[in-house]
Ligand binder design. Structure first.
Ligand SMILES: Cc1ncc(COP(=O)(O)O)c(C=O)c1O
Length: 463
């Protein structure tokens, strides 16, 4: 029988082989046979098999249906690749299997989060005293931050929402850009505030909030508990809200300012893009992802809060059997997120930050932005192809004259296997949506992808 060591080595080897092959194979698997995959996964068995057999069966069944998001020509959604050190560290995380609840369940997990969280704040230009939680992603981080916001704005109105809930509470106003990410709405639903309370503020032509409208909307409503959600990085265009003016305006009205920067917060890591995010440190909470631009494997997100007490009040809990909160002076990671029993996410994040260092992360951000511009420059020269956004970051939106043609071009490119990018509707137009977020993407990957796009555009001429 194979030893555990052999099993781990073989399994990691298989993952590494897949990752290598992802550079050249089809980005999206051609003709996934859902029935065949299901059949290969089989029925619930009556008895056991050796671990090697289980793992080999699993890998054989699923590999034909994998999408090469780790490869260099995946430009869908805002999906980062996974850095080598972060991926290997995640294998360690699995091997160690530490419940990252507090210092009693794992001093190692608590300490690595503490260090990595401090590094993240330095890198992103956030206040040193801010608290942080390692979450599953941007959705979870937005929810955590808005829970802290809900706590604080209601506490200032004399209401303890953690104890009394929302029934009978003073109404909470939530003001956000009309182009906020949909996870803000879901967070408001989950927090009992309701997506319907949202007061949308119009944007400019690039999808950044109109700050004079923000001031008008705030002034038009009643004073009282208020949360303003700003955005660093519009999910379509990459545009940034004016964080400095927006935050100052919101603070004049006593509001809590939350910044959703799932990918855009990383602009802070490079001097070439840091100007986009000026004023970031003046907000009250921030959400970003590790699994997008930092290229930490899924899943990984971070919630930061300038008011650690509100953050902990919204998230922490205890029970008689749960010993060790704050033991040895170590912060308890679970006090700052939604989950109790949780993966030691600090491990992979630490490894990503250690592998790249400040200069490597700045270079990653700059390279992705420059490759996004390369896409835009090449596509914009072609008749019937229009780049409709200002490419300020890593997002490119492309129109192929009419919605129907755009749909067809996107569909053909996706099916080609050469690269993968999605479609979106933005400002009334169907568009190809390109996001460059992977450390493995090179100029020649962009050129190959542009050739595939233009080939598809040629096959579907404008009407
Ligand atoms: C601006 C923004 N906010 C939030 C999210 C949600 O992040 P996640 O998918 O990691 O939960 C995204 C995802 O693309 C995003 O772009």
């Amino acid at each position: 029988m194979a030893s555990l060591r052999d099993l781990f080595v073989r399994t990691a080897g298989r993952a590494a082989d897949y990752r290598h092959a992802a550079a050249d194979g089809p980005v999206f698997p051609a003709g996934v046979d859902v029935d065949a995959v299901r059949a290969a996964l089989g029925e619930l068995a009556d008895g056991p098999v050796p671990a090697t057999v289980a793992v080999e069966e699993l890998a054989d069944a699923l590999e034909p249906a994998l999408v090469a998001t780790t490869g260099p020509r995946y430009f869908g959604f805002v999906v980062g690749g996974a850095l080598d050190a972060a991926s290997a560290a995640d294998i360690l995380t699995t091997g160690w299997d530490q419940p990252a609840f507090n210092a009693v369940t794992s001093p190692a997990a608590a300490m690595v989060e503490d260090v990595a969280g401090t590094w993240l704040k330095e890198l992103l230009g956030l206040p040193a005293q801010a608290s942080f939680g390692f979450a599953t992603g941007g959705q979870a981080a937005n929810t955590v931050c808005l829970a802290a916001a809900r706590h604080q704005v209601l506490a200032e109105a004399g209401w303890d929402v953690e104890h009394a809930g929302l029934v009978g509470a003073p109404p909470v106003r939530v003001v956000a850009t009309s182009e906020r990410h949909a996870t803000i709405d879901r967070a408001l639903r989950l927090l009992g505030l309701g997506a319907g309370v949202l007061e949308p503020v119009v944007t400019d032509s690039q999808g950044a909030i109109d700050v004079s409208e923000l001031a008008r909307v705030l002034a038009a409503g009643p004073a009282g508990p208020t949360i303003v959600c700003l955005q660093a990085g519009n999910v379509n265009s990459g545009a940034f809200d004016d964080l400095k003016t927006g935050t100052a305006t919101a603070h004049e009205h006593g509001a809590w300012v939350h910044i959703d920067g799932a990918f855009g917060l990383w602009a802070a890591a490079s001097p070439t893009t840091a100007g986009l995010i000026a004023g970031i440190e003046t907000a009250d909470s921030w959400a970003t992802d590790g699994h997008k631009w930092l290229n930490v494997p899924y899943d990984s997100g971070y919630a930061f809060c300038a008011h650690p007490d509100a953050h902990a009040a919204a998230m922490s809990y205890t029970a008689a059997y749960l010993s060790g909160q704050g033991q040895g002076g170590l912060r308890a990671p679970a006090d700052y997120v939604l989950e109790s029993s949780r993966r030691a996410r600090g491990v992979a994040t630490w490894a990503a930050l250690r592998q790249l260092g400040r200069s490597g992360i700045a270079e990653l951000v700059e390279r992705c932005c420059s490759l996004a511009r390369r896409f835009a420059e090449q596509l914009a020269t072609v008749d019937g192809v229009e780049v409709v956004n200002d490419v300020v970051l890593n997002q490119v939106l492309v129109s192929f004259s009419d919605d129907r043609r755009t749909e067809r071009v996107v569909d053909q490119v996706q099916r080609s296997g050469e690269c993968w990018m999605g479609a979106t509707t933005w400002h009334g137009q169907r568009l190809m949506r390109i996001s460059v977020s992977n450390w493995r993407t090179t100029p020649s990957d962009v050129d190959r992808s542009v050739a595939a796009i233009l080939g598809a555009a040629n096959d579907h001429q404008a009407r």
